[in-house]
Design a protein. Structure first.
Length: 116
């Protein structure tokens, strides 16, 4: 139900078409998000998901009747878009940074929009 998927390589493919500029990554879903974080240690993803679940539990006294209020809250906290600078056709990310699609109400069919 909760997952972080490294989409850095997919975004890099789009960025190859741009010499200089900015790439926007947008998630058009209210129960998913996108973020930049460490991609060298898998434990970081697990820690993020664990802490989000502790802070925003799936079952709480939510008013929303679909049973996925926690996913809406997590999406709002993380955010639905990021911008990354592109230089010489490459993403300008830190050594340990990667781009993650964050699923908080899965599994579902999702899409990510990348615009240069």
């Amino acid at each position: 139900r909760n997952e972080m998927i490294d989409i850095t390589s997919e975004v890099e493919e789009v960025a190859k078409e741009v010499k200089e500029g900015v790439v926007t990554v947008f998630v058009p879903h209210t129960t998913a998000a996108v973020t930049i974080n460490e991609n060298a240690d898998e434990d970081v993803k697990d820690d993020i998901l664990k802490k989000l679940s502790e802070l925003i539990p799936q079952n709480d006294s939510y008013e929303h009747s679909e049973g996925n209020s926690d996913a809406h809250l997590k999406s709002s906290v993380i955010g639905c878009s990021i911008n990354v600078i592109v230089k010489n056709g490459k993403l300008v990310l830190g050594t340990w940074q990667g781009i993650y699609f964050c699923e908080f109400d899965g599994p579902r069919d999702r899409k990510v929009i990348v615009k240069c």
